[in-house]
Design a protein around this ligand. Structure first.
Ligand code: GLA
Ligand code: ZN
Length: 662
């Protein structure tokens, strides 16, 4: 048992410097690494011209790593093509949404439909699988790199039309109705008239935008499956992953993609020290890790991260030394079975030469960053049986990819950014601060294992989801939702008969008449029944309580005297509705009250959180200080700490971590 500790290793860059490759082996061992991810962008090295395969360099690297006790994940190289391929087969190049054909260059920009690209990729993957199937160092396939984006070539347009025919049973009437095409005379009379959304053509049919995004996800997965076919056939026992990308959480739908990978892996680039207060980033990152773990409800892999700075952001903050350790361990605390970096050694040239790496241009181990990485290697060895340990979450936040897509388009409560993701993070904050393990799930997950579920701003939902929420509350669940929930179905058609959707009006015991959108200078005041005052910002709904009890009312503006927080008993459960966006302290007080009897929580100093993972024999708790002040916590059961306990207490410096084992 061991946690994976490694990095993206791109030795193709150092082919002319064999001494550097040898030195890499020494340094990898010195850093305590046990894995390297190789071959991610190696196509030009592996197939120098069409059909001329040469694996000698990769043979040498895989053997060298293995001889030095380092396993490897082997990547398929489709993330970037050799120039000869783009030039000989221009159909592999992407076309933009304005119809411009891209020229060769950069990466992550292939057409995901092109039969030529698919067959070339399948062929090189087959050869890689054949060649390395018996290599004892091969532990996982890393398919491509950060799939994303879309293509608007004729092949893709036709594939989209076929996808639509299948979805709408070959019935154009059905499509016209679901897309509400009688508005603005958008009715189609032939499938060939449908072009994907484009700034030069159609962007206003929101249901079409949604279907296009679903198609892009499906076509990306289809492309991935085409890559996997030879791998699954030739190496059925080698698990497959593809690295998901740090997080807008609204590109390719990972909630759908997850069922196609054996292990979820994620590239994490949180911007530490970019906010003055690191708890902001701490909370946001915890949310994304909780989502990662919840994608398959099992441990995931931190596939990439930077040990020091991110090079592609406007201000390049170096990770403080304690934060190097805390950020790496935060992933593990939330369910990662690895810590991996991009990249092992800084490139000498190219656009990422100043991006953080384990080995800097100076080339030796006497750097702050290298020493920090070596320390992390030691800690990971110490806690190696955390591998595969579970997180037992009894609270969940719903984050729904499809709803995020639909909300982006919706006009009528149109702030520049409706802040769906941020609102979910704000609700997650209470649980994170109180060290309550929380899953971040999709509406398709099983609700029954949670004591409480919060689904902020769940704008779009299918009738199936409506019924799931109803049944969950009826059976005793506590469900919290907010403004902008249950407005439209999965095709962006408004629910008739008042919001929220259908029977949810009974479940929540309210109905929602209208929503006011506010400027930054606007606010509305609120008073709870226990006399506390709060402020609302951005959004306020005018709601009516039918069977629900009012927990707070608006006290200013035209909705003054009407309810804004309600609780309804329904079956054995309770359904809470919050009609506004919290401008301050409300959510913390609200959750403290309604979860009072649900969870046992330990009070930790401000900015400090604890996450626990359980193996059959032990419980590991990671206590992490995201504040910029040194704090003390109780000292029993410590397995890792920088400071020696004194009088039953141990110090945790700013941005540092201690680990306990019980
Ligand atoms: C992404 C990519 C890497 C590298 C890093 C750092 O995550 O997968 O190849 O470009 O970003 O910028
Ligand atoms: Zn295409």
């Amino acid at each position: 048992m061991s946690l994976i500790y490694g990095a993206d290793y791109n030795p193709d860059q150092w082919k002319m410097h064999p001494e550097i490759i040898d030195e890499d082996m020494r340094l990898m061992k010195l850093a305590g690494m046990n894995e390297m991810t190789i071959g991610i962008f190696s196509w030009a090295e592996l197939e120098k011209s069409e059909g001329e395969y040469d694996f000698s360099f990769l043979d040498m690297i895989t053997d060298k790593l293995y001889e030095n006790g380092i396993n490897f994940m082997l990547a398929t190289p489709s993330g970037a093509r050799p120039a000869w391929l783009s030039h000989k087969y221009p159909e592999v190049l992407r076309t933009t949404d304005k119809g411009e054909k891209c020229t060769h260059g950069s990466r992550h920009n292939h057409c995901f439909t092109s039969p030529v690209y698919r067959s070339k990729v399948r062929e090189i993957n087959r050869r890689l699988a054949e060649r390395y199937k018996n290599h004892p160092g091969l532990i996982m396939w890393h398919v491509s790199n950060e799939y994303g984006g879309e293509c608007h070539c004729e092949l893709c347009k036709n594939a989209f039309r076929e996808w639509l025919k299948k979805k709408y049973d070959n019935d154009l009437e059905k499509l016209n109705y679901q897309w509400w095409n009688s508005f603005w005379s958008h009715t189609y009379t032939d499938w060939s008239q449908i072009d994907p959304p484009s700034p030069l053509g159609e962007t206003n049919v929101h249901a079409m935008n949604l279907d296009w995004k679903r198609f892009v996800t499906d076509q990306t997965i289809d492309f991935y499956e085409n890559e996997c076919a030879p791998l699954r056939e030739i190496t059925p026992n080698v698990p497959i992953t593809t690295n998901f990308q740090w997080p807008e959480l609204r590109g390719v739908n990972y909630q759908k993609f997850a069922s196609h990978v054996d292990t979820v892996s994620w590239d994490a680039y949180p911007m530490w020290h970019h906010d003055k207060d690191c708890t902001v980033q701490g909370n946001d990152t915890a949310f994304v890790y909780d989502l990662n773990r919840s994608l398959k409800h099992k441990p995931f892999l931190l596939m990439e991260s930077t040990p020091s700075c991110i090079s592609y952001v406007p201000v390049n903050k170096m990770k403080r030394t304690n934060m190097m350790i805390t950020s790496a361990l935060q992933a593990v605390a939330h369910g990662s079975d690895s810590v991996q970096y991009f990249q092992w050694r800084k490139s000498r040239g190219g656009c990422e030469k100043f991006h953080g790496a384990v080995v800097d241009h100076c080339g030796h181990e006497n750097t702050r960053v290298f020493k920090g990485c070596a320390d992390i290697g030691e800690i990971l060895k110490e806690i190696s049986d955390v591998q595969n340990a579970k997180t037992n979450a009894e609270a969940a936040i719903i984050y729904d990819w499809e709803s995020a897509w639909a909300l982006d388009d919706a006009a009528g409560f149109l702030l520049d950014n409706k802040g769906y993701r941020d609102e979910c993070v704000r609700h997650h904050k209470f649980f994170w601060e109180r060290s309550i393990a929380t899953d971040v799930i999709s509406p398709d997950d099983d609700f029954s294992k949670y004591k409480i579920i919060a689904a902020p701003m769940l704008y779009s939902m299918s009738e199936k989801t409506v019924e799931k929420i109803r049944a969950y509350v009826e059976n005793g669940g506590i469900f919290v939702t907010t403004y902008i929930t249950g407005y439209v179905n999965e095709n962006d058609l408004c629910y008739l008969g008042g919001f929220p959707a259908g029977v949810l009006k009974e479940v929540f015991g309210i109905w929602n008449e209208e929503i006011d959108t506010m400027y930054e200078w606007d606010s509305v005041s609120i008073k709870s029944i226990d006399g506390k005052e709060y402020t609302a910002k951005d959004y306020c709904e005018l709601i009516h309580a039918d069977t629900a009890e009012t927990l707070a009312e608006y006290t200013s503006d035209y909705m003054s005297g009407t309810p804004c927080v309600t609780c309804n008993s329904y079956g054995k459960g309770k359904a809470y509705y919050i009609a506004f966006r919290d401008g301050g302290q409300f959510l913390t007080d609200f959750y403290a009250k309604i979860t009072k009897d649900l969870f046992e929580t330990e009070t930790l100093p401000e900015g400090v959180t604890a996450m626990t993972r359980e193996t059959p024999d032990a419980k590991y708790t990671f206590i992490q200080n995201f504040s910029d002040k040194s704090v003390c916590v109780s000292a029993e059961n410590i397995v890792y700490s920088k400071h020696t306990p004194e009088n039953g207490k141990v110090e945790i410096e700013a941005f540092d971590t201690v680990i306990k084992k019980k």
